[in-house]
Design a protein around this ligand. Structure first.
Ligand code: URA
Ligand code: CA
Length: 439
């Protein structure tokens, strides 16, 4: 086989065979296919697309490009969740212990923050001592013995995605639907779970902001997952404003703990129950969606989910005292207030702007090598539908390094659109759509 022929075939709108995809991915991982040829092929895929069969093959071949977890490794039926990335989205920290409290087994691999969206691994690392770099054996032992583990992807899993993602990033080929789907789903397939719920965000803070693009992504993720034998539920959820009230790593851990105690913001709790409900239905723990949501809501209120979170923190060497004393989490030196220029009702709150402001304070990364400050971020006092007086408090910035403070503060203030004449504004629907596979 010859790489030039593969590039020409895709350039001219052809469909790659499994053997051709295997040849490309193997050559990418072992370095025998140079980056300029992979880049050309990526661009051809970006321009010509892939049909569903072809995208499913690419996903499967990428998933097999490194080490994987099988259901046997994980001790049987396991579930997983994934989010396409949002601002202030603490869902995983709440949902994973919540699912464990409901009796499901969860061994989840997560990622770090990149761009304006946060990463679960960075959030967890704001808990003193917490280990996210679990060796494969320890991860599997925890899943088998405690039904619960949450760790960073290991270097040896899905190496093809790491290599291709870096190339896509510098060749303007990130925004290709089949490449996005193969990237996301190959990691889910390699993770070994049989039932997967995916939260596709839509709105300004989402990876793909438009509803039309979000819907296409959701449909494609569900279709490719099903083709590869997974039971899939994909929810399209609102990311026009940030989720919950906290944006920033330790701040989101605090918010997750509040939510696990039944005292968190209602949108975050509700989203966790909506996502979790799909997995309870798949696992036959609940018979109806409403019943499942009620069950999960109870586990948030009666302390069961919080107990599981405590177990997770202890098992991964974190200090569980942070759960009862949030002053043990990293805290910023200053809390700077952002205030409203006029009275009115909040009509919109731009998630992207808030995410960028939090990053300017040091909560995120601009390049992969940047380090983050776990303590900093933005606390949203007002969200869509809230009334504010002139000079009233909109948000608070948690600040250490003040280099970008003025810019960040301005960004937060102008992220709010305040309607001076409205008497009431209804916040956007949280769950916009739901695609559930037959099973
Ligand atoms: N998330 C991923 O993991 N990969 C993509 O290509 C896009 C979002
Ligand atoms: Ca939040």
């Amino acid at each position: 086989m010859n790489t030039v022929d593969l590039i020409a075939k895709k350039r001219d709108g052809g469909t790659l065979s499994r053997e051709e995809i295997e040849f490309w991915i193997a050559g990418t991982v072992d370095g025998t296919i140079p980056e300029y040829q992979s880049s050309a092929l990526l661009m051809a895929i970006r321009l010509q697309g892939m049909d569903d069969e072809e995208a499913a093959m690419l996903t499967d071949v990428m998933a097999h490009s490194g080490s994987m977890f099988t259901p046997d490794d994980l001790g049987g039926f396991t579930v997983d969740k994934h989010s396409t990335g949002g601002v202030g989205d603490t869902t995983t920290l709440v949902l994973i212990p919540l699912l464990a409290a409901a009796g499901l087994t969860v061994g989840k691999l997560s990622g770090r923050a990149l761009g304006h969206t946060g990463g679960t691994i960075d959030k967890l690392e704001s808990i003193p001592g917490f280990r996210t770099d679990l060796p494969r054996d320890r991860f599997l032992q925890l899943v088998n013995e405690t039904k619960l583990a949450l760790a960073d992807h290991t270097e040896d899993m899905v190496p093809a995605d790491r290599i291709l993602y870096e190339l896509r990033d510098v060749t303007a080929t990130v925004d290709s639907l089949p490449l996005i789907v193969a990237s996301i789903m190959s990691k889910k397939i390699a993770g070994g779970a049989q039932a997967i719920v995916i939260d596709v965000k839509t709105g300004s803070g989402a990876f793909l902001p438009s509803l039309e693009a979000s819907r296409k992504l959701a449909e494609s993720l569900a279709s490719i997952g099903s083709k590869l034998g997974r039971v899939m539920a994909t929810l399209i959820t609102d990311m026009s404003q940030p989720l919950g009230r906290m944006v920033g790593n330790a701040l989101e851990v605090r918010e997750a703990i509040d939510t696990l105690r039944g005292e968190g913001p209602t949108d975050l709790a509700r989203l966790c129950c909506e996502l979790g409900a799909e997995l309870l239905l798949f696992s036959c723990i609940s018979e109806s969606r409403d019943g499942a949501i009620e069950h999960l809501d109870r586990l948030l209120r009666d302390g069961s989910a919080l107990d599981k979170f405590r177990e997770l923190v202890v098992n991964q060497d974190g200090n569980p005292a942070v759960i009862d004393d949030q002053y043990l989490l990293p805290r910023a030196a200053r809390r700077v207030e952002a205030r409203a220029e006029q009275a009115g009702v909040v009509r919109s709150l731009d998630a992207l702007a808030i995410g960028r402001a939090a990053n300017l304070l040091g909560a995120g990364r601009f390049t992969k090598e940047d380090s983050i400050d776990p303590a900093v971020g933005v606390e949203l006092i007002c969200k869509i539908g809230d009334r504010v007086e002139k000079n009233g408090l909109l948000a608070a910035l948690h600040v250490n390094d003040e280099t970008n403070l003025d810019t960040a503060c301005q960004m937060v203030e102008s992220a709010y659109e305040i309607d001076p004449t409205a008497s009431e504004i209804v916040p956007p629907e949280l769950v916009v759509d739901r695609i559930v596979s037959d099973w």
